[in-house]
Design a protein around this ligand. Structure first.
Ligand code: MF3
Ligand code: CO
Ligand code: CO
Length: 263
């Protein structure tokens, strides 16, 4: 069954998403101590791929539209879709690690922020606001609210802190597929777009910039960066709409969604 082209899942489907989301979250928990100055993002990706394999699961990103890695790792002014590589992290670099796994056919998609070494003060503020923006969006998830309500809550919160919401990338429906309707915008007007119904599964994954919202994609056709080179952060959860609100499928078993680092 669908509504506005958005699949309405059965109560039993929540268990599938819960298992997939849990693995994504465990991987993001376990990678945290591996993030330090001198570490390469390619090595982080190797560790992530090994964890997926060990768990008997599949990476959703390897082979997706020609992408070759088990994670996207987006450092500093990279907004999203950063490609793991041999360049080493430096003290004070902030990075988003985004992992999507397939468990028994269900997709679990989540990302968080990490820091190599000491967290710079303005990066700390950006990361806190971005995390809180995701949570403000999630709080708007309940039957009868609209996707516009989610976007509006996020945009109002972020802009109220004099930061900007990226428009060029959005969240998405998921379930037994990686990217499905709707596009979950992180900005918008209350009461607009589709009405949320119990059984809808989607991600919310706001990208927030310290400077202007505009992005550009580099010549590798993946890496999205801020046009003004300002710092960018992102957090992502996979979520299901329940009778009274929401279930977060990608909750951290270790309670390390944010912060992932010692403060
Ligand atoms: N996980 C990303 C998302 O949140 C998508 C990554 S696609 C890739 O939707 F090919 F770049 F890995
Ligand atoms: Co996603
Ligand atoms: Co993702």
């Amino acid at each position: 069954m669908t509504r506005d082209g958005i699949r309405i899942h059965d109560p039993a489907d929540f268990a599938g998403m819960h298992a997939a989301g849990k693995l994504a979250a465990e991987i993001l928990d376990e990678i945290a101590p591996q993030v330090f100055p001198g570490q390469s993002t390619a090595e982080l990706d190797r560790l992530i791929e090994a964890h997926v394999t060990r768990a008997g699961a599949t990476s959703a990103t390897i082979g997706y539209k020609g992408y070759k890695h088990a994670s996207c790792i987006s450092v500093n002014h990279v907004v999203c879709h950063g490609i793991p590589g041999d360049k080493k992290l430096k003290d004070g670099d902030i990075l988003n690690i985004d992992v999507t796994v397939i468990v028994d056919g269900w997709f679990g998609d989540s990302s968080r922020m990490y820091v190599a070494g000491k967290l710079p003060r303005k990066a700390e503020r950006l990361i806190q606001i971005t995390h809180d923006a995701l949570m403000v969006g999630i709080e708007a998830v309940k039957p009868g609210n609209t996707f516009g309500d989610i976007g509006h809550a996020i945009q109002t919160f972020v802009e109220g802190h004099r930061m900007s919401v990226v428009r060029d990338f959005c969240g998405h429906g998921l379930g037994r597929v990686f990217h499905a309707p709707p596009n979950v915008l992180h900005y918008g007007r209350p009461g607009t777009a589709s009405v949320l119904e119990e059984g809808m599964f989607f991600t919310i994954e706001p990208m927030v910039n310290l400077g202007r919202p505009e992005t550009k994609v580099l010549a590798d056709d993946w890496t999205a960066v801020t046009r003004d080179k300002s710092l960018s952060a992102q957090f992502e959860h996979s979520i299901g709409v329940t009778a009274n609100g929401f279930e977060i499928f990608t909750l951290s078993p270790a309670g390390k969604f944010h912060p992932t680092y010692e403060t």
